[in-house]
Design a protein. Sequence first.
Length: 250
Amino acid sequence: MRIHLVNPNTTQSMTDTIGEAGKAIAATGTQISASNPTSGPISIEGHFDEAISAVGVVEEILRLDRETQIDAYVIACFGDPGLLAAREATSAPVIGIAEAAFHMATLIATRFSVVTTLSRTGIIAEHLLEQYGFRHHCRRVRAAEIPVLDLEEDSDRALEKIIAECRLARDEDGIGAIVLGCGGMADLTETISYEVGLPVVEGVTAAVKLAEALAGLGLKTSKVGDLAYPRPKTFTGNFSHLSGLDLDRR
């Protein structure tokens, strides 16, 4: 079984962190690979960044589907950018890490809080909770107020601020679990859980295990309805290379 993790930003060090976290949690026999687009934002911290990165996510999946056999994909950004478009583009299961983390948290606790990087991305997480139907399970979305790249460039300070916010969530929110709201936190789960004394769910690792389950069950993305392959058509300008793309006949 091969699962590929797509980091939607273009920071290679974060892609490496995400890939190593996936490998550490994967079952024996599961091959984990990871990549990021060559064009796009170096971090994703808002709607604008997500819109730009979504194109890179889909093009990365199209490239991999042409070049190799992937059993499932993970979109390793907590905004789940391009998730439904990616599901249109391939028959392999595609899992967003926010969706995966929310599902996993509800299996171990009746209430959880999300701890993310910035307040503005916390609002995006609130939108996703509504969209996915998990809003009533989440007590609060909290922000440690750190830029995403601080997880790579100032990691000790970033970890301290995340732990401090997780402790506040534990003490104030009446929760049973914490969800970490950034793919760059993929390697922090055990440390934070030990320091805070609560189960901590992180989306990259949660998504890898869900991807293994779907692939193991032989389940594919439905191609009936809105997730059917995109209709071939003409694209112009920078996207002209997508013209006439007929994924249904590949």
